[in-house]
Design a protein around this ligand. Structure first.
Ligand code: 7TS
Length: 397
Protein backbone atom coordinates (compact mmCIF):
# COMPACT_ATOMS: atom_id res chain seq x y z
CA UNK A 1 0.00 0.00 0.00
CA UNK A 2 1.60 3.27 -1.17
CA UNK A 3 -0.62 5.41 1.08
CA UNK A 4 -0.33 4.28 4.72
CA UNK A 5 -3.19 6.46 5.96
CA UNK A 6 -5.64 4.53 3.78
CA UNK A 7 -5.28 1.61 6.21
CA UNK A 8 -6.85 3.73 8.93
CA UNK A 9 -10.11 2.67 10.53
CA UNK A 10 -12.68 5.26 11.45
CA UNK A 11 -15.46 4.33 13.89
CA UNK A 12 -14.06 0.81 13.55
CA UNK A 13 -14.79 0.77 9.82
CA UNK A 14 -12.26 0.87 6.99
CA UNK A 15 -11.72 4.44 5.80
CA UNK A 16 -13.17 5.23 2.38
CA UNK A 17 -11.52 8.51 1.46
CA UNK A 18 -13.46 10.44 -1.19
CA UNK A 19 -12.39 13.99 -0.33
CA UNK A 20 -9.49 14.24 -2.73
CA UNK A 21 -10.49 17.60 -4.20
CA UNK A 22 -9.86 19.07 -0.74
CA UNK A 23 -6.52 17.33 -0.35
CA UNK A 24 -4.98 14.07 -1.49
CA UNK A 25 -3.28 11.61 0.82
CA UNK A 26 0.50 11.25 0.70
CA UNK A 27 2.40 8.22 -0.53
CA UNK A 28 5.18 6.72 1.60
CA UNK A 29 7.87 8.20 -0.64
CA UNK A 30 6.61 11.74 -0.01
CA UNK A 31 6.52 11.12 3.73
CA UNK A 32 10.05 9.67 3.48
CA UNK A 33 11.27 12.74 1.58
CA UNK A 34 10.14 14.96 4.45
CA UNK A 35 11.77 12.80 7.13
CA UNK A 36 14.96 12.39 5.11
CA UNK A 37 15.23 16.13 4.69
CA UNK A 38 15.02 16.78 8.43
CA UNK A 39 17.21 13.77 9.23
CA UNK A 40 19.99 14.49 6.78
CA UNK A 41 19.75 17.83 4.96
CA UNK A 42 18.06 20.52 7.03
CA UNK A 43 19.65 23.92 6.44
CA UNK A 44 18.68 27.21 4.88
CA UNK A 45 19.05 27.34 1.13
CA UNK A 46 20.68 29.75 -1.32
CA UNK A 47 22.85 31.44 1.26
CA UNK A 48 25.12 28.85 2.77
CA UNK A 49 28.74 28.26 2.04
CA UNK A 50 28.57 24.91 3.76
CA UNK A 51 27.88 21.37 2.66
CA UNK A 52 24.31 20.95 3.93
CA UNK A 53 23.18 24.31 2.60
CA UNK A 54 24.62 23.51 -0.81
CA UNK A 55 23.04 20.06 -0.88
CA UNK A 56 19.65 21.43 0.17
CA UNK A 57 19.87 24.22 -2.43
CA UNK A 58 20.72 21.74 -5.16
CA UNK A 59 17.80 19.50 -4.25
CA UNK A 60 15.43 22.46 -3.99
CA UNK A 61 16.44 23.77 -7.42
CA UNK A 62 16.19 20.28 -8.88
CA UNK A 63 12.51 20.22 -7.88
CA UNK A 64 12.01 23.50 -9.71
CA UNK A 65 13.28 21.75 -12.85
CA UNK A 66 10.98 18.78 -12.14
CA UNK A 67 8.00 21.14 -11.97
CA UNK A 68 9.16 22.85 -15.17
CA UNK A 69 9.16 19.49 -16.91
CA UNK A 70 5.86 18.39 -15.34
CA UNK A 71 3.95 21.39 -16.70
CA UNK A 72 6.23 21.84 -19.73
CA UNK A 73 7.27 25.39 -18.83
CA UNK A 74 9.86 26.89 -21.20
CA UNK A 75 12.27 27.60 -18.34
CA UNK A 76 12.60 26.89 -14.62
CA UNK A 77 13.00 30.64 -13.99
CA UNK A 78 9.26 30.86 -14.68
CA UNK A 79 8.43 28.46 -11.85
CA UNK A 80 7.87 30.37 -8.61
CA UNK A 81 7.34 28.45 -5.37
CA UNK A 82 4.51 29.69 -3.16
CA UNK A 83 2.47 28.22 -0.30
CA UNK A 84 -0.32 27.08 -2.60
CA UNK A 85 -2.86 28.06 -5.25
CA UNK A 86 -4.35 30.77 -3.06
CA UNK A 87 -1.02 32.47 -2.55
CA UNK A 88 -0.12 32.03 -6.24
CA UNK A 89 -3.30 33.79 -7.35
CA UNK A 90 -2.87 36.51 -4.73
CA UNK A 91 0.67 37.04 -6.00
CA UNK A 92 -0.56 37.65 -9.54
CA UNK A 93 -3.58 39.69 -8.40
CA UNK A 94 -1.33 41.90 -6.34
CA UNK A 95 1.73 42.22 -8.56
CA UNK A 96 0.23 42.05 -12.07
CA UNK A 97 -2.59 44.38 -11.09
CA UNK A 98 -0.24 46.88 -9.48
CA UNK A 99 1.45 47.20 -12.85
CA UNK A 100 -1.38 46.71 -15.33
CA UNK A 101 -4.79 47.35 -13.68
CA UNK A 102 -6.13 50.89 -13.53
CA UNK A 103 -9.37 52.71 -12.82
CA UNK A 104 -12.31 51.59 -15.02
CA UNK A 105 -10.37 48.51 -16.19
CA UNK A 106 -11.94 45.05 -16.15
CA UNK A 107 -11.03 41.53 -15.06
CA UNK A 108 -13.02 38.55 -16.34
CA UNK A 109 -13.59 35.51 -14.11
CA UNK A 110 -16.00 32.62 -14.53
CA UNK A 111 -19.09 32.01 -12.45
CA UNK A 112 -17.69 28.68 -11.25
CA UNK A 113 -14.51 29.87 -9.55
CA UNK A 114 -13.27 28.92 -6.10
CA UNK A 115 -13.29 31.93 -3.76
CA UNK A 116 -9.48 31.93 -4.13
CA UNK A 117 -9.95 32.93 -7.77
CA UNK A 118 -12.58 35.59 -7.03
CA UNK A 119 -11.65 37.48 -3.88
CA UNK A 120 -8.04 38.38 -4.85
CA UNK A 121 -9.42 39.99 -8.04
CA UNK A 122 -12.12 41.81 -6.09
CA UNK A 123 -9.46 43.18 -3.75
CA UNK A 124 -7.29 44.25 -6.69
CA UNK A 125 -10.28 45.87 -8.43
CA UNK A 126 -11.32 47.70 -5.25
CA UNK A 127 -7.85 49.12 -4.84
CA UNK A 128 -7.93 50.93 -8.19
CA UNK A 129 -11.62 51.23 -9.06
CA UNK A 130 -11.70 48.45 -11.65
CA UNK A 131 -14.48 45.86 -11.98
CA UNK A 132 -15.09 42.15 -12.31
CA UNK A 133 -17.08 40.61 -15.13
CA UNK A 134 -18.41 37.09 -14.84
CA UNK A 135 -18.79 34.35 -17.47
CA UNK A 136 -22.12 32.57 -16.89
CA UNK A 137 -22.64 28.80 -17.15
CA UNK A 138 -25.50 26.50 -18.11
CA UNK A 139 -27.56 24.28 -15.81
CA UNK A 140 -25.25 21.38 -16.74
CA UNK A 141 -22.26 23.45 -15.62
CA UNK A 142 -20.79 24.44 -18.99
CA UNK A 143 -19.33 27.94 -19.48
CA UNK A 144 -21.02 30.06 -22.14
CA UNK A 145 -18.19 30.87 -24.51
CA UNK A 146 -20.30 33.22 -26.64
CA UNK A 147 -21.00 35.41 -23.63
CA UNK A 148 -17.32 35.06 -22.64
CA UNK A 149 -16.23 36.45 -25.98
CA UNK A 150 -18.75 39.30 -25.69
CA UNK A 151 -17.36 40.38 -22.29
CA UNK A 152 -14.10 41.70 -23.76
CA UNK A 153 -13.69 45.44 -24.16
CA UNK A 154 -10.72 47.74 -24.61
CA UNK A 155 -10.65 47.86 -20.80
CA UNK A 156 -10.16 44.11 -20.22
CA UNK A 157 -6.80 43.47 -18.57
CA UNK A 158 -6.92 39.81 -17.50
CA UNK A 159 -9.00 36.61 -17.57
CA UNK A 160 -8.87 34.20 -14.60
CA UNK A 161 -10.52 30.80 -14.90
CA UNK A 162 -10.15 27.33 -13.46
CA UNK A 163 -9.29 24.34 -15.61
CA UNK A 164 -11.49 22.07 -13.50
CA UNK A 165 -14.27 23.23 -11.18
CA UNK A 166 -13.83 21.84 -7.67
CA UNK A 167 -17.62 21.72 -7.21
CA UNK A 168 -19.05 20.85 -10.63
CA UNK A 169 -16.13 18.81 -11.94
CA UNK A 170 -16.43 20.59 -15.29
CA UNK A 171 -13.25 20.55 -17.37
CA UNK A 172 -13.14 23.99 -18.95
CA UNK A 173 -11.74 24.51 -22.45
CA UNK A 174 -8.86 26.66 -21.22
CA UNK A 175 -6.83 26.35 -24.43
CA UNK A 176 -9.73 27.73 -26.45
CA UNK A 177 -10.35 30.38 -23.79
CA UNK A 178 -6.69 31.42 -23.90
CA UNK A 179 -6.87 31.79 -27.69
CA UNK A 180 -9.97 33.99 -27.35
CA UNK A 181 -8.30 36.13 -24.65
CA UNK A 182 -5.14 36.50 -26.72
CA UNK A 183 -7.27 37.44 -29.72
CA UNK A 184 -8.23 40.46 -27.65
CA UNK A 185 -4.65 41.03 -26.49
CA UNK A 186 -5.52 39.94 -22.94
CA UNK A 187 -3.49 37.51 -20.78
CA UNK A 188 -5.15 34.59 -19.00
CA UNK A 189 -4.51 32.95 -15.63
CA UNK A 190 -5.48 29.30 -15.26
CA UNK A 191 -6.23 27.95 -11.79
CA UNK A 192 -4.95 24.40 -12.07
CA UNK A 193 -5.64 23.36 -8.47
CA UNK A 194 -8.08 20.63 -9.57
CA UNK A 195 -6.44 19.61 -12.83
CA UNK A 196 -2.75 19.30 -12.05
CA UNK A 197 -2.96 15.79 -10.58
CA UNK A 198 -5.65 14.49 -12.90
CA UNK A 199 -4.59 15.18 -16.49
CA UNK A 200 -1.40 15.97 -18.39
CA UNK A 201 -0.57 19.68 -18.11
CA UNK A 202 1.26 21.58 -20.84
CA UNK A 203 1.31 25.32 -20.19
CA UNK A 204 2.81 25.98 -23.62
CA UNK A 205 0.07 24.02 -25.36
CA UNK A 206 -2.65 25.76 -23.33
CA UNK A 207 -0.71 28.95 -24.02
CA UNK A 208 -1.77 30.43 -20.68
CA UNK A 209 0.08 33.37 -19.15
CA UNK A 210 -0.15 32.14 -15.57
CA UNK A 211 -0.81 28.68 -14.15
CA UNK A 212 -1.32 28.19 -10.41
CA UNK A 213 -1.59 25.04 -8.31
CA UNK A 214 -1.11 23.51 -4.86
CA UNK A 215 1.18 20.63 -3.99
CA UNK A 216 -1.21 19.14 -1.45
CA UNK A 217 -3.79 18.30 -4.11
CA UNK A 218 -1.16 16.28 -6.03
CA UNK A 219 0.11 13.92 -3.30
CA UNK A 220 2.66 16.46 -2.00
CA UNK A 221 2.71 18.07 1.45
CA UNK A 222 0.66 21.10 2.39
CA UNK A 223 2.53 24.38 2.40
CA UNK A 224 3.92 24.39 -1.13
CA UNK A 225 2.45 25.52 -4.41
CA UNK A 226 3.50 26.98 -7.72
CA UNK A 227 2.90 30.09 -9.76
CA UNK A 228 4.07 29.68 -13.34
CA UNK A 229 4.14 32.86 -15.41
CA UNK A 230 5.03 34.04 -18.88
CA UNK A 231 8.57 35.44 -18.75
CA UNK A 232 7.84 38.84 -20.35
CA UNK A 233 5.05 39.47 -17.84
CA UNK A 234 7.01 38.26 -14.81
CA UNK A 235 9.87 40.53 -15.78
CA UNK A 236 7.60 43.56 -15.87
CA UNK A 237 5.76 42.75 -12.64
CA UNK A 238 6.92 44.27 -9.33
CA UNK A 239 7.81 41.98 -6.39
CA UNK A 240 4.92 40.68 -4.30
CA UNK A 241 6.62 40.42 -0.91
CA UNK A 242 9.77 42.22 0.16
CA UNK A 243 12.42 40.49 2.20
CA UNK A 244 15.40 38.21 2.00
CA UNK A 245 16.36 36.41 -1.21
CA UNK A 246 14.29 38.61 -3.55
CA UNK A 247 16.85 41.43 -3.67
CA UNK A 248 20.07 42.06 -5.54
CA UNK A 249 21.20 44.98 -3.44
CA UNK A 250 19.60 46.93 -0.61
CA UNK A 251 20.45 50.42 0.53
CA UNK A 252 18.13 52.77 2.36
CA UNK A 253 17.96 54.88 -0.78
CA UNK A 254 17.17 52.18 -3.30
CA UNK A 255 16.79 48.42 -3.56
CA UNK A 256 17.33 46.45 -6.73
CA UNK A 257 15.57 43.16 -7.22
CA UNK A 258 16.87 39.70 -7.85
CA UNK A 259 16.33 37.89 -11.14
CA UNK A 260 13.49 35.45 -11.81
CA UNK A 261 12.20 33.44 -10.10
CA UNK A 262 13.82 34.73 -6.88
CA UNK A 263 12.26 38.19 -7.25
CA UNK A 264 8.98 36.55 -6.18
CA UNK A 265 10.37 34.30 -3.43
CA UNK A 266 10.97 36.48 -0.38
CA UNK A 267 11.99 34.77 2.83
CA UNK A 268 12.83 31.18 3.71
CA UNK A 269 10.62 28.78 1.78
CA UNK A 270 9.30 25.48 3.09
CA UNK A 271 12.25 23.51 1.75
CA UNK A 272 11.11 20.11 3.04
CA UNK A 273 7.70 20.55 1.45
CA UNK A 274 9.28 21.50 -1.88
CA UNK A 275 11.36 18.31 -1.74
CA UNK A 276 8.14 16.48 -0.90
CA UNK A 277 6.63 17.97 -4.06
CA UNK A 278 9.56 16.54 -5.99
CA UNK A 279 8.83 13.09 -4.55
CA UNK A 280 5.14 13.51 -5.42
CA UNK A 281 5.99 14.33 -9.04
CA UNK A 282 8.19 11.21 -9.11
CA UNK A 283 5.23 9.24 -7.78
CA UNK A 284 2.89 10.59 -10.46
CA UNK A 285 5.50 9.85 -13.12
CA UNK A 286 5.76 6.24 -11.93
CA UNK A 287 1.98 5.85 -12.13
CA UNK A 288 1.78 7.77 -15.42
CA UNK A 289 -0.52 10.78 -15.52
CA UNK A 290 -2.32 9.37 -18.59
CA UNK A 291 -3.03 6.17 -16.64
CA UNK A 292 -4.31 8.17 -13.68
CA UNK A 293 -6.57 10.22 -15.98
CA UNK A 294 -7.92 7.05 -17.62
CA UNK A 295 -8.47 5.33 -14.27
CA UNK A 296 -10.39 8.31 -12.87
CA UNK A 297 -12.47 8.58 -16.04
CA UNK A 298 -13.48 4.92 -15.75
CA UNK A 299 -14.33 5.40 -12.08
CA UNK A 300 -16.43 8.39 -13.00
CA UNK A 301 -18.46 6.38 -15.52
CA UNK A 302 -18.84 3.53 -13.05
CA UNK A 303 -19.84 5.83 -10.19
CA UNK A 304 -22.41 7.71 -12.27
CA UNK A 305 -24.01 4.49 -13.49
CA UNK A 306 -24.37 3.27 -9.88
CA UNK A 307 -25.28 6.56 -8.23
CA UNK A 308 -28.11 7.38 -10.57
CA UNK A 309 -30.01 4.45 -9.06
CA UNK A 310 -30.11 6.16 -5.63
CA UNK A 311 -33.69 7.32 -4.95
CA UNK A 312 -34.16 11.10 -5.22
CA UNK A 313 -30.55 11.85 -6.11
CA UNK A 314 -29.92 15.09 -7.97
CA UNK A 315 -26.54 15.76 -9.56
CA UNK A 316 -25.11 19.27 -9.53
CA UNK A 317 -22.73 19.53 -12.48
CA UNK A 318 -23.41 17.24 -15.42
CA UNK A 319 -21.12 18.69 -18.08
CA UNK A 320 -20.14 16.28 -20.87
CA UNK A 321 -16.46 16.76 -20.05
CA UNK A 322 -15.96 16.16 -16.34
CA UNK A 323 -13.11 15.23 -14.04
CA UNK A 324 -13.50 12.95 -10.99
CA UNK A 325 -15.71 15.23 -8.92
CA UNK A 326 -19.36 14.32 -8.26
CA UNK A 327 -21.61 16.78 -6.45
CA UNK A 328 -25.12 15.73 -5.49
CA UNK A 329 -28.10 16.21 -3.23
CA UNK A 330 -30.62 13.67 -2.00
CA UNK A 331 -34.22 14.84 -1.99
CA UNK A 332 -34.56 17.95 0.09
CA UNK A 333 -32.17 16.75 2.78
CA UNK A 334 -29.37 19.05 3.86
CA UNK A 335 -25.98 18.02 2.45
CA UNK A 336 -24.50 18.20 5.93
CA UNK A 337 -26.90 15.50 7.18
CA UNK A 338 -25.93 13.20 4.31
CA UNK A 339 -22.24 13.87 4.99
CA UNK A 340 -22.61 13.11 8.69
CA UNK A 341 -24.39 9.82 8.05
CA UNK A 342 -21.78 8.79 5.49
CA UNK A 343 -19.03 9.70 7.94
CA UNK A 344 -20.46 7.35 10.53
CA UNK A 345 -20.14 4.59 7.95
CA UNK A 346 -16.47 5.42 7.42
CA UNK A 347 -16.94 7.37 4.20
CA UNK A 348 -15.21 10.75 3.94
CA UNK A 349 -16.92 13.15 1.55
CA UNK A 350 -17.13 16.91 1.69
CA UNK A 351 -20.35 18.83 2.24
CA UNK A 352 -21.14 22.53 1.98
CA UNK A 353 -20.44 25.25 -0.55
CA UNK A 354 -16.84 24.13 -1.23
CA UNK A 355 -15.71 27.79 -1.25
CA UNK A 356 -17.86 28.37 -4.34
CA UNK A 357 -20.84 30.27 -2.95
CA UNK A 358 -21.72 31.84 -6.33
CA UNK A 359 -22.29 28.32 -7.72
CA UNK A 360 -24.68 27.58 -4.84
CA UNK A 361 -26.52 30.85 -5.53
CA UNK A 362 -26.71 29.94 -9.22
CA UNK A 363 -28.58 26.71 -8.34
CA UNK A 364 -30.41 28.12 -5.30
CA UNK A 365 -29.02 25.43 -2.97
CA UNK A 366 -27.19 25.62 0.36
CA UNK A 367 -24.42 23.26 -0.67
CA UNK A 368 -23.76 19.82 -2.07
CA UNK A 369 -22.37 16.48 -1.02
CA UNK A 370 -19.17 15.98 -2.98
CA UNK A 371 -17.23 12.79 -3.70
CA UNK A 372 -13.89 13.30 -5.45
CA UNK A 373 -11.34 10.81 -6.74
CA UNK A 374 -7.60 10.27 -6.86
CA UNK A 375 -5.29 7.67 -8.38
CA UNK A 376 -5.82 5.32 -5.43
CA UNK A 377 -9.63 5.45 -5.50
CA UNK A 378 -11.08 2.03 -6.30
CA UNK A 379 -14.37 0.59 -7.54
CA UNK A 380 -14.75 -0.84 -4.04
CA UNK A 381 -14.69 2.72 -2.67
CA UNK A 382 -17.50 3.64 -5.05
CA UNK A 383 -19.41 0.49 -4.12
CA UNK A 384 -19.10 1.44 -0.44
CA UNK A 385 -20.44 4.94 -1.17
CA UNK A 386 -23.33 3.58 -3.24
CA UNK A 387 -24.25 0.95 -0.63
CA UNK A 388 -24.12 3.55 2.13
CA UNK A 389 -26.34 5.94 0.18
CA UNK A 390 -28.88 3.16 -0.47
CA UNK A 391 -28.83 2.50 3.25
CA UNK A 392 -29.30 6.08 4.37
CA UNK A 393 -31.62 7.32 1.59
CA UNK A 394 -34.75 6.00 3.37
CA UNK A 395 -33.72 7.87 6.55
CA UNK A 396 -33.66 11.16 4.65
CA UNK A 397 -36.66 13.25 3.68
N1 7TS B 1 -8.76 26.81 -6.68
C1 7TS B 1 -9.50 25.68 -6.76
C2 7TS B 1 -10.16 25.31 -8.06
C3 7TS B 1 -9.61 24.86 -5.63
O1 7TS B 1 -10.32 23.74 -5.71
C4 7TS B 1 -8.96 25.24 -4.42
C5 7TS B 1 -9.12 24.45 -3.15
C6 7TS B 1 -8.19 26.41 -4.43
C7 7TS B 1 -8.13 27.17 -5.56
C8 7TS B 1 -7.42 26.84 -3.22
O2 7TS B 1 -6.37 25.96 -2.99
P1 7TS B 1 -5.43 26.11 -1.70
O3 7TS B 1 -4.56 24.91 -1.76
O4 7TS B 1 -4.67 27.37 -1.86
O5 7TS B 1 -6.35 26.12 -0.52
N2 7TS B 1 -10.26 23.61 -3.10
C9 7TS B 1 -10.74 22.99 -2.01
C10 7TS B 1 -11.87 22.18 -2.03
O6 7TS B 1 -12.53 21.95 -3.04
N3 7TS B 1 -12.11 21.71 -0.80
O7 7TS B 1 -11.16 22.17 0.01
C11 7TS B 1 -10.30 22.97 -0.72
Amino acid sequence: MDFPILNTKVYDKPLVYLDNAATTQKPQQVIDALTQYYLTLNSNIHRGAHYLANQATERFEAVRRQVQEYINAPSSAQVVFTRGTTESINLVASSFCQKFLHEYDEVIVSGMEHHSNIVPWQLACERVGARLKVIPFSDEGVLDLDVYESLFTKRTRLVAVNQVSNTLGTVNPVKEMAAIAHGHGVPILVDGAQSVAHMPIDVQDIDCDFFCFSGHKMYAPMGVGVMYGRQELLEQMPPYHGGGEMIKEVTFEKTTYNELPFKFEAGTPSVADVLGLGAAIDYIRQQGIENIARHEEELMRYAMSQLKEIPNIRFIGTAPHKAGVISFLIGSSHPYDVGTLLDKLGIAVRTGHHCTQPIMDRYGIPGTVRASFASYTTKEDIDALVAALHRIAPMLD
